[in-house]
Design a protein around this ligand. Sequence first.
Ligand SMILES: *Cc1c(COP(=O)(O)O)cnc(C)c1O
Length: 405
Amino acid sequence: MSTILSKEQLTSIANEYGTPVYVYHAEKITEQHNKLKQAFQQSPTRFFYASKALTNINILKHLRTLGCDIDCSSINEVKLALYAGYDPKNILYTSNGIAFSEIEEAVSLGVNVNIDSLSNLEKFGKKYGHSYPVGIRLRPNIMAGGNLKISTGHEKSKFGIPIEQLDKILALVAQQNIFIQGLHVHTGSEIKDVSVFMKVADIFFDLVPHFPEVSFLDLGGGFKVPYKEDEIGTDVPELGAKVAEVIQKLKETYNRNFETWFEPGKFIVSECGYFITEVNVMKQSGATVFAGVNSGFNHLIRPMFYDSYHRIENISNSGAAKHPYTIVGNICETDTFAWDRPISEIREGDLLVFYNAGAYGFEMGSNYNSRFKPAQVLVRNGEAHLIGKRDSFEDLLKNQVELPF
Ligand SMILES: *Cc1c(COP(=O)(O)O)cnc(C)c1O
């Protein structure tokens, strides 16, 4: 079965469910998960889907049935994962900057936790001592990732305990007899270069002797996927082979077995997603031709927030000659999706599709300008299912408390 949805399928979904609409393809998610499994066959590896990329409950359930584990960035994501049927053992809560009460809640739910500050590590030690295994999130001071906003491991980043504070970590661990079961580093998103992961592996290699109870080494997520036509993603098979070498070397050096953990978000769900919009207005201004769609950064913020590139296609006129268009939204802000992008001739009413919209698309959406969040559709076994309704007017008022006037 093809893992690409055709223009005909997308058009018929737009006709049936209206626009704007996010469409996800279950078989593409399966394919990405299989790529990971195959690439890392040579050494014990677990994949925790970074659910913040896309938390629709059906996506979580689909991944659970594939045998994928799940990584959460808030206690509510932990609860969503439990709701989707994940065993607490297969849930990882990689926290950053959270209140200790959330860590207590995570422990009471029985999930794996990575702690990212000395302060919470100390509280953890005082409360649980050696009774609950925990991972520590370290900041390796490595610059990596597609751009600064999505780079999390550098020396000015808020994430993780700075590696130069190792002495303090070790003192706390000794003092409170903390059960450190894993070491974690997530250097950022869109990391094409396999050597970044290997640098982290080298750091782990030197840290391991300090932590005799560590059984997993968590290299985080951040695998790059191709957004542009000529881009290539992270070479996952190469990474798998290199990681297997390191794990083997660790075993020989320290006479212990280690698991590798990963937390891919984008790699698993980016390419399964299509965002379909409709052109409201065409506008000419000098050499610029604007195509204004019925969406904006309230539905897909990545182009404005990260300067991200999403491939855009006019599926209503795909055979036509290409012209440069500036694709903009209908929000009262400058919400430009693309500048002077060559696209098949655009007319009002045409459907424009944004590709690779599965990760951090709907999920980063909002109701800004009091517009509705889009509907979400999942294609599975060739059939389209509504998995998220478009907002209605009532949703805009749902949490507002009206005073008497
Ligand atoms: C966001 C995040 C990920 C996933 O990043 P991707 O670029 O989507 O793979 C993994 N781990 C942690 C801790 C994260 O915050």
